[in-house]
Design a protein around this ligand. Structure first.
Ligand code: GDP
Ligand code: MG
Length: 596
């Protein structure tokens, strides 16, 4: 295909602003999907995605569109919408020349949209601002057109107004994509270089890799090389999705499509990597490659210990399709055998857990999420800690914690509440800008540990749902952190240990000991519950003794009733975990680890 007739674009939008609906409408308007084959959100493949209405995996579709008698090939690249997947977003953007900035005409721009807009600008993309959902009675196109125009420059009149639902304005948008976006540029005679912007495991075909060709050409049957690892593979198939996969005779400069090599693991075909020709390799890979880095860690344990092998196999399978997922086996005295699993963020954790439970029929316990700490001991040894129970007991010289830069957008009446929240989370303000008369962008640098848990929910409630948040990793800082242990009858319960800031250790201790007193049933002896930093007790509770002889309730005679009771008691014991001499029902662990 002649690069002059190619246009590569993506859609940047906040969740629920209508990206999937608009994408569906474009497929219909360009005729690649007939109305009768249309199921809502054609491109959102996974069930969970569809139900949650979010897009996790990006994909590309090729659509024909005619302007002034010339037939163009539009490649729409779908970007994931959530902050957990920023790196994947950045690679999808790097595969395009332009971006549609899609904003709900009843809501205005949100923090994540803004963050992705900045990413698009850094990649020098041409931005087409579009207001969506103009069919809504609550739409305020004039107001938000002015906001968009002041944000990216230009005239409010030039902001397109569309409705993905009714189809109004969609054809005009397709025309504008052809007219306003530059055609891709590259050297057709140079050694091949194609950037991987997505890689998906398919049970039948193995890994399907989505690429954007920058220079040269890739042909079926030739050998290709992954530039980050130098691994080489035979190209079994190469083609374009329109939207079903259609094999082609090759992909040249500016083209977007998929390739299949028969590899079975997405780690062999990594997002951001450059594909070249083995026989005539490029000298330099394309810029921007980075390994996915897990930020949040949690222990995953099967509720029923017998399911451990099922969990292990399930994680192994999920890993084939998720280059960001890492895990290693771990044991907990309280929870038994499980895995410590690393995630990009909380949404990634939730999605993974949901898939394990749903697709593999597992019941799981997940421990409180943790970030990764770097602990330097007095003998200069450095330990990386992702699990509080592995916190070193020796003399500690310094602890470093990961930091993030956060951007919060909200109506200006909430500025005070937001600053208070960020301050209470050890945040340092970086700046504040007004996007319009009544909307403000606030920037903070915060410890990641302070925002992974409940920060977003609290932000939402403090701003009556109007606040939005985006964050990205921003180095580390030295902090005064301590490990708080929880003990039952003097015996440490590993699943409840936490690493917290010294100022917050006391409230964690009080909260957890109080919770456990409620949750653990009385035993035949008194059970002290304590929270401690090292050997210093910072909070205590106790469970009073009870003499629990069930047989005493049966007045002789009825043998079968006695036997039943004994059996019942035995069964009850099976679901108990012994912590030292204390019997703790598994439900108590689960309830204590669930925060709400
Ligand atoms: P996404 O999260 O950005 O992919 O958003 P979706 O396409 O899933 O849309 C979110 C919600 O907005 C759904 O309930 C859609 O039916 C609705 N929606 C999308 N586009 C429009 C539109 O143009 N008008 C109206 N009234 N609703 C829309
Ligand atoms: Mg969507």
């Amino acid at each position: 295909t002649d690069p002059a007739i190619i246009r590569n674009f993506c859609i940047i939008a906040h969740i629920d602003h209508g990206k999937s609906t608009l994408a569906d409408r474009m497929l219909q308007s360009t005729g690649v999907v007939q109305a009768r084959d249309m199921k809502a959100q054609y491109l959102d493949r996974m069930d969970i995605e569809r139900e949650r209405g979010i897009t996790i995996k990006s994909q590309a579709v090729r659509m024909p569109w005619e302007v002034d008698g010339v037939s163009y090939a539009l490649n729409m690249i779908d970007t994931p919408g959530h902050v957990d997947f920023t790196y994947e977003v950045s690679r999808s953007l790097a595969a395009c020349e332009g971006a549609i900035l899609l904003v709900d005409a009843a809501q205005g721009i949100e923090a994540q949209t803004l963050a992705n807009l900045y990413l698009a600008m850094e990649n020098n993309l041409t931005i087409i601002p579009v207001l969506n959902k103009i069919d809504l009675p609550a739409a305020q196109p004039e107001k938000y057109a002015a906001e968009l125009a002041s944000l990216i420059g230009g005239d409010p009149e030039d902001v397109l107004r569309v409705s993905g639902k009714t189809g109004v304005g969609v054809e005009a948008l397709l025309d504008k994509i052809v007219r306003d976006l530059p055609a891709p540029e590259g050297d057709p005679n140079a050694p091949a270089r194609a950037m991987i912007f997505d890689s998906v495991y398919d049970t039948y075909r193995g890994v399907v890799t989505y690429v954007r060709v920058v220079d040269g050409m890739l042909h079926p049957r030739e050998r290709i090389q992954m530039m980050s690892t130098r691994a080489s593979h035979e190209l079994l198939e190469i083609g374009v999705s329109s939207p079903e996969p259609t094999p082609s005779k090759g992909l040249g400069v500016g083209e977007v499509g998929y390739l299949i090599t028969g590899v079975k693991d997405v780690r062999q075909s990594k997002v951001g990597d450059t594909v070249t020709n083995l026989a005539k390799p490029a000298a330099q890979s394309l810029p921007g490659y980075a390994d996915a880095k897990p930020m949040v860690f949690s222990g995953l344990y099967p509720l029923d210990g017998a399911d451990y092998p099922v969990l292990r196999d399930a994680l192994e399978k999920l890993m084939l399709n998720d280059a960001a997922l890492v895990y290693e086996p771990e044991t907990s005295a309280a929870l038994g055998f499980g895995f410590r699993v690393g995630f990009l963020g909380l949404l990634h954790l939730e999605i993974t857990r949901e898939r394990l439970e749903r697709e593999y029929n597992l019941d799981l316990i997940s421990t409180a999420p943790n970030v990764e700490y770097e602990v330097t001991l007095e003998d200069k040894k450095v330990v990386r800690v992702t699990n509080p129970s592995e916190y070193p007991t020796g003399k500690i010289a310094e602890v470093r914690e990961p930091m993030v830069s956060a951007t919060i957008l909200a109506p200006n009446e909430f500025v005070g509440a937001i600053m208070e929240l960020c301050q209470s989370r050890r945040g340092v303000m970086g700046g504040m800008d007004y996007l319009s008369e009544d909307r403000v962008e606030i920037r903070y640098r915060l410890p990641l540990a302070e925002i992974v848990f409940d920060f977003f929910d609290i932000l939402k409630s403090k701003t009556r749902g109007y606040g939005s948040l985006d964050w990205k990793a921003d180095g580390e800082q030295v902090a005064d952190l301590v490990k708080v242990d929880i003990m039952l009858q003097g015996e440490q319960v590993d699943a409840f240990s936490a690493i917290t800031h010294r100022d917050k250790a006391y409230s964690y201790g009080v909260m957890m000991t109080g919770k456990l007193r409620e949750l653990i049933p009385r035993q035949q002896f008194e059970v002290p519950i304590q929270a401690a930093i090292g050997s210093r007790i910072i909070a205590r509770e106790s469970i009073r003794a009870i003499r629990k002889d069930v047989l005493a309730k049966c007045y002789g005679g009825d043998i079968s009733r006695k036997r039943k009771l004994l059996e019942k008691q035995k069964e009850g014991k099976k679901r108990m975990k012994m912590v030292g001499t204390v019997e703790v029902p598994q439900e108590a662990f689960i309830a204590a680890l669930t925060t709400d």
